[in-house]
Design a binder for this molecule. Structure first.
Ligand SMILES: [Zn+2]
Length: 408
């Protein structure tokens, strides 16, 4: 309380003054809804979502507004997430102004942008229905995508299929086109010889290029030669003796990582055309995930209980830096379905779990157990992802809820 008084000297002069606009008293409805700061925030968010509304009188009505704004269940659900995140962002901003003496309105636009990016990301990642069976149907058969990736410019979703039966292997859904057949195009080339294409990922390099890895052991790099004409080049076909489960690109040196059921992790230098990094571990690999900040580090998801996550550095050959893990109450076979993600600062890795938990590992510590385990859902957690600019974690679960968690 002492500190509070000291940091808030005007408190004694004007009790409950709104620190965002300094023009009105700070009631809940004012702060979250009618304050000019908050109104601008909501205006930008709605503008970004392409929606119009009449501002409700009471902040508790915000969640219900989605009923009128969105025609589908998904939009309404995500609207609730956006509302909760925005209220929370407003609360943080209020505290920041009280305790850190921040002023000005510039920050509003940035916050609205975050909310819109979050909405778009989640809206599209929940968008399995966009590629309905009609859209997916190629010349030969009806199929479903095995993996999907967004073009870094947005608006184009690339899907990888099964390579069996001589059918097309990659489709491109262009969201800029109007409804109809032209919206989905299939790439002509069929570089994978058989089986499922397990992974499709865009490389974090200047030119947009993507890599696919499949059950045929091959890792293929695709380049855009002309507008919408993509040509494949196999980087390697026999470095793996079993299915390639995950691929990823390292920022520097144009290294393409691949991890396979053969327990191998390969780093292939796409510029030089040879393997730069080879590593054999003690269990099957499911996926590989480069660190967003330290460009030498990457994490491999393996099947061994209590050692599911392996940390590597591309500069250290044949060396595993550290292993992290947890004991799963449910069966081991389910672990393949669980996804990891890095925090934006590259210090934490989050994993879903067959248990209804989100596990968070701090890579700065030598402990192998999670530094935090959040009981988030009542069924299995598929994935938990971090937001870029807010300390927020969003999770999806088979209990059909989207979780929103504050990380301290
Ligand atoms: Zn105000």
């Amino acid at each position: 309380m002492k500190c509070y008084k000291k940091e808030r000297p005007y408190q004694s002069l004007s009790p409950g003054w709104c620190v965002l606009c300094k023009k009105d008293s700070e009631s809940q409805d004012h702060l979250f809804l009618h304050c000019e700061f908050s109104i601008i925030l909501w205006y930008y968010i709605l503008k970004g979502l392409g929606r119009r509304w009449v501002i409700p009188r009471f902040s508790q009505d915000l969640l219900e507004v989605g009923q009128g704004l969105f025609g589908n269940q998904r939009g309404r659900l995500l609207w609730k997430v956006v509302v909760l995140a925005s209220l929370w962002a407003l609360w943080l901003e209020r505290n920041r102004r009280i305790f850190e003496g921040v002023e000005g309105m510039e920050v509003v636009r940035e916050k609205a942008k975050t909310a819109n990016v979050m909405f778009d990301d989640m809206y599209s990642s929940c968008g399995a229905s966009m590629l309905s069976s009609t859209d997916c149907a190629s010349q030969k058969q009806r199929r479903w995508p095995e993996d999907i990736a967004w073009h870094p410019n947005g608006n184009c979703l690339f899907s990888a299929y099964c390579a069996d039966g001589g059918d097309t292997q990659i489709s491109v859904l262009d969201l800029n086109r109007t409804q109809g057949r032209a919206r989905v195009a299939f790439l002509e080339d069929k570089p994978h010889v058989k089986g499922i294409i397990n992974s499709i990922v865009f490389m974090p390099w200047e030119n947009a290029r993507f890599v696919t890895g499949g059950s045929d052991h091959a890792v293929v790099l695709w380049d855009e030669k002309d507008d919408n004409i993509w040509k494949p080049k196999a980087l390697h076909r026999n470095f793996h003796s079993s299915a390639v489960m995950g691929v990823a690109g390292m920022q520097q040196k144009h290294i393409v990582l691949s991890a396979g059921s053969d327990k191998r992790v390969i780093g292939f230098d796409a510029n030089v055309g040879r393997a730069d990094f080879k590593h054999q571990i003690d269990s099957k690999c499911m996926s590989v995930l480069p660190n967003p900040c330290d460009f030498n580090l990457f994490m491999v998801h393996a099947g061994t209980l209590e050692r599911q996550l392996r940390l590597f550095d591309i500069r250290l050959r044949q060396t595993e830096i550290h292993a992290f893990g947890w004991k799963q109450e449910s069966s081991e076979s389910q672990s393949a379905l669980i996804n990891q993600s890095w925090s934006p600062d590259g210090l934490y890795i989050t994993s879903g779990s067959a248990d209804p938990m989100i596990h968070i590992f701090d890579i700065r510590y030598n402990a192998s157990k999670p530094s935090q385990s959040i009981r988030a859902h009542h069924k299995r957690v598929f994935k938990a992802v971090w937001l870029q600019s807010l300390p927020l974690l969003v999770s999806i679960s088979s209990d059909l809820n989207v979780g929103l968690h504050k990380i301290s």
